[in-house]
Design a protein around this ligand. Structure first.
Ligand code: SUD
Ligand code: ADP
Length: 289
């Protein structure tokens, strides 16, 4: 019987997010600190004898063809075909056990895609380098490369110029304020701070968590009052921030017990997670890379 490989797709938090410039093409250049955390979706990959890419258990509201796991598998299959025209392409049956909220700024979809790229590179024995897979991942989304590389990182560009960093690893309380944020609308908002002077990575790290902020926060709070309310609530216990363009907000605590205590109260109002900060991805631990 063909065995299924089950692999984690962890979440990330943006512990700092500066927007430094709007480019000619409308995209914005960022400086961000991505930290991996230990809450994950689980992706199942079962190799097939034919060339089909099948998604068994998907996600409601996302058509199979649009699902980032299917798009990642197809991208890898097409890349492989292009360079190895004579070889029979391999197929896979995929499944997703979703725990991370969608569109919450935790990068779940991007992480799912990265797990498929690394998992299939292993199962199909393609031997593509991590750098090559990260470049392919960038075609699927700006947050995919950091999950492919598998380490907390300082990122520039649109998030693809990565330098691995070792961050503190506190316990986080993460809340989902229950609204869905349009990333495009946030980036188009005339009031968005988009001219923060670039800083060096060394300076960002030296300043540490008390100096870290997210340039999207003011606009997001104004547009989405429930996010402002969640930030105000969490700020009563520890300095709180938005991750990505939201909707999730988070705060760091020294101990798991302290985080759990706040999470117990928070969960009366919002979906809540307690997550440990990581530097290395559990996906890379699982693949032994
Ligand atoms: C800002 C981050 C930080 O992690 O937010 P989250 O997605 O995690 O919340 C990401 O880099 C988001 O990247 P990604 O998730 O790929 O963005 P998309 O959905 O493709 O972006 C939707 C729209 O936002 C704008 N956009 C996005 C990223 C960027 N660096 N500049 C932009 O101007 C563009 O108009 C784009 O069409
Ligand atoms: N496998 C997937 N998991 C999550 N979202 C997906 C997936 N495939 C496609 N998507 C789409 O990508 C969007 C962004 O998802 P996600 O990465 O979870 O959020 P964010 O970029 O805010 O962290 C979702 O709203 C959904 O429409």
């Amino acid at each position: 019987m063909t065995k299924t490989l089950y692999l984690p797709a962890p979440a990330k938090l943006n512990r700092l997010l500066h927007i430094t410039r709007r480019r000619e093409d409308g995209y914005h250049e960022l400086q961000t600190l991505f930290q991996l955390v230990d809450i994950s979706d689980t992706i199942g990959l079962t190799p097939r004898d034919d060339h089909r890419i099948v998604l068994n258990e998907g996600i409601d509201d996302v058509a199979h063809e649009h699902n980032l796991v299917v798009r990642a598998a197809r991208l890898l299959q097409n890349t492989h075909l292009l360079h190895n025209a004579m070889e029979t392409p391999r197929g896979v049956t995929l499944s997703i056990e979703k725990r991370l909220p969608m569109g919450g700024g935790l990068g779940g979809g991007s992480s799912n895609a990265a797990t498929v790229l690394l998992g299939l590179n292993h199962l199909w024995q393609l031997n593509l380098s991590v750098d090559r897979l990260a470049a392919l991942g960038l075609q699927l989304g700006a947050d995919v490369p950091v999950f492919v590389k598998g380490h907390s990182a300082w990122a520039e560009g649109v998030g693809e110029k990565l330098t691995s960093v070792t961050l503190d690893t506190p316990w986080f309380v993460i809340l989902h304020p229950g609204v869905s944020v349009s990333t495009a609308a946030v980036f188009q908002d005339p009031e968005l701070t988009r001219n923060t002077p670039p800083i060096t990575m060394a300076r960002a790290l030296q300043g540490g968590a008390p100096t870290w902020r997210n340039d999207c926060e003011a606009v997001v709070k104004k547009r989405y009052p429930p996010i402002a309310a969640a930030l105000d609530w969490l700020n009563c216990f520890a300095p709180s921030q938005l991750t990505g363009t939201g909707a999730c907000v988070f705060a760091a605590f020294e101990t798991q017990e302290a985080a759990k205590q706040i999470a117990r109260n928070a969960s009366q109002h919002w979906p809540t997670w307690v997550a440990k900060g990581l530097n290395r991805s559990p996906l890379h631990d699982a693949l032994g890379g």
